[in-house]
Design a protein around this ligand. Structure first.
Ligand SMILES: Nc1ncnc2c1ncn2[C@@H]1O[C@H](COP(=O)(O)OP(=O)(O)OP(=O)(O)O)[C@@H](O)[C@H]1O
Ligand SMILES: [Mg+2]
Length: 326
């Protein structure tokens, strides 16, 4: 039967999420039970372990324990466990296809690696604000059931000027140690300023360190950089990513789909779509979602769940007029 130290090891490894140790201890327990003549128990335990192993190998990704950045890391990144899925997003065919490809390669990680191929996992997201970069990183984590660690590079640099490289090392150690989605948001903070103003020496050092770490990283984690100003980024950066994915402003078809999705709980009767989409031109996904919500509120507060074309176009125009000039 299981000894006290084995039971302790089982409990410890369970709570620390150390599956390998848990399994190894369970096998030890089965072996010692067999030696002591408890053959039936030993056989049943082995069968349980084998079934669990079989199950795990059929899954394309390993279960991830609930993790929290600890110690120094806790000041560098924040973890969330997103529930967002791609079905919650409005995506055009091309973008949807590219993201699906990332998922498929991730889900078949083991198969690709067993043939010496690496799944796509270093991604650069570029595009104007509010067009779904952060949301997509959440959806990738949600689809893959992985935690999402967000790293605000910009804050990292100003907060720890002089020791950013050491902090980056900590982050890349975490990337190698815990499979998750790692989102380097406001990636421009190191990318764009490589040779423009500021403490150029420091920025350059940080950028070079980042590139080295990124290049060396052969973990199973997804590393995503998100930027608004990809044009300013260095070619050296682009080369380090497996995929550069562009998030464009929505076209008329997508505008209509976002509004319909957001107002799914409301009635849209005889909407004059050509006028509505015209009012939405130049607005981001986020602004259109907000305008739809404004129109819905106006309808609700006037006592109806039916949102009119006028309410929509007005809300969209207000968003357009009040958007910050860039
Ligand atoms: N493809 C999409 N489908 C549905 N909603 C979207 C989509 N893209 C963006 N949104 C809406 O816009 C909001 C903001 O998007 P998100 O934060 O992903 O933008 P971003 O590209 O990361 O912007 P920033 O560059 O400012 O960080 C989302 O929370 C969501 O409500
Ligand atoms: Mg964002």
């Amino acid at each position: 039967m299981a000894r006290a130290d084995q039971i302790k090891a089982l409990v410890e490894s369970h709570f620390s999420g150390d599956e390998q140790r848990f399994q190894a201890t369970a096998i030890q327990v089965a072996a010692s039970a067999a030696r002591q003549g408890h053959t039936r128990f030993a056989r049943e335990l082995r069968a349980l372990i084998d079934a669990a192993e079989e199950n795990a190998s059929q899954r394309s990704f390993k279960p991830v324990p609930v993790v929290q950045p600890r110690g120094e890391l806790s000041g560098l990144m924040a973890v969330t466990y997103p529930k967002t899925r791609f079905r919650d997003m409005v995506l055009d065919k091309e973008l949807g296809g590219r993201l699906e490809r990332v998922l498929v390669e991730q889900r078949q990680n083991d198969k690709l690696r067993s043939h010496g191929l690496e799944p796509r996992r270093k991604l650069l997201f570029k595009g104007a604000p509010g067009n779904g970069k952060t949301m997509t990183a959440h959806a990738l984590a949600g689809e893959l059931k992985l935690p999402l660690f967000s790293i605000q590079l910009d804050g990292l640099i100003t907060k720890y000027l002089g020791e950013t490289a050491a902090k980056l090392r900590l982050i890349f150690d975490a990337i190698a140690g815990t499979r998750a989605v790692y989102l380097f948001d406001e990636f421009d903070a190191i990318g764009a300023r490589r040779d423009t103003g500021g403490d150029v020496g420091e920025i350059r050092r940080v950028l070079n360190t980042f590139l080295q770490f990124l290049e060396q990283d052969d973990s199973d984690s997804l590393v995503i950089g998100a930027t608004n100003y990809a044009d300013l980024l260095d070619d050296a950066l682009f080369r380090r990513f497996d995929d550069v994915i562009e998030f464009s402003m929505p076209d008329d078809t997508l505008v209509r789909r976002i509004i319909e999705e957001r107002l799914a709980g409301f009635t849209l009767r005889q909407t004059g779509w050509s006028g509505v989409t015209k009012s939405a031109r130049g607005l981001s996904f986020a602004e259109i979602v907000h305008a739809s919500e404004d129109a819905a509120k106006e309808a609700l507060l006037s006592g109806t769940v039916s949102v009119s074309t006028t309410q929509l176009t007005r809300a969209l125009s207000v968003r357009r007029e009040t958007r910050p000039q860039s």
